[in-house]
Design a protein around this ligand. Structure first.
Ligand code: AIR
Length: 181
């Protein structure tokens, strides 16, 4: 399997890539419309890493890099990707066009990067025409975290190790909630 990790990014100069285990099969793709989305999308990669699921993180814009988008998404299933998470802000068409190009489940994260604070991205991501579904999460970092968890839950149906990791995550979360403030 020859999915490369993401290259250097235009704005931050940092390489937004993450893998739970070096050399592990990357089963979840995390796409974002701009390198400026990385801070918002990072919780998806972090929670997947916590669950032992490797992710392939890419800056891919349906508008600015349409050829890169098509090339990546149409080969994703053959490259071993099981779920695609797509986050974008503004006129956020990334998740919807991704869903149109693949049979893989696509989870959309609206990003609050515009003057409309993500409401535009939420509507663009969630209001898909019948026939091409996008599972849309909440706006921003919480949505990204939940997209990672939902991707893991999808994998968990067929992967007992991911299921066990998810169960441990829930147990830790429950134990961390105080009884009183
Ligand atoms: N975007 C990029 N291509 C298409 C869209 N919708 C989004 C990015 C980002 C916002 O435009 O997902 O949230 C602003 O991008 P930038 O690069 O100007 O910071």
């Amino acid at each position: 399997m020859a999915i490369r990790s993401a290259g250097r990014t235009r704005k931050t100069g940092a390489a937004p890539r993450r893998s739970a285990r070096r050399g592990a099969q990357r089963r979840v793709a995390i796409l974002m419309g701009s390198a400026s989305d990385w801070d918002t999308m990072k919780p998806a990669a972090e929670v997947l890493e916590e669950l032992g699921v490797a992710s392939d993180v890419r800056v891919i814009s349906a508008h600015r890099t349409p050829a890169r988008h098509r090339a990546y998404v149409t080969k994703a299933e053959a490259n071993g990707i099981d779920v695609i998470i797509a986050g974008a802000g503004g006129a956020a068409h990334l998740a919807g066009v991704t869903a149109a190009l693949t049979l893989l489940p696509v989870l959309g994260v609206p990003i609050d990067s515009s003057p409309l604070q993500g409401l535009d991205a939420l509507l663009a991501t969630v209001q898909m025409p019948g026939g091409i579904p996008v599972g849309t999460l909440a706006i921003g970092r919480v949505g990204a975290k939940n997209a990672g968890l939902l991707a893991a839950a999808i994998l968990a149906r067929r992967d007992p190790a991911v299921r066990a990791a998810l169960a441990r995550f829930r147990e830790r979360q429950t134990a961390s909630i105080p009884v009183r403030p």
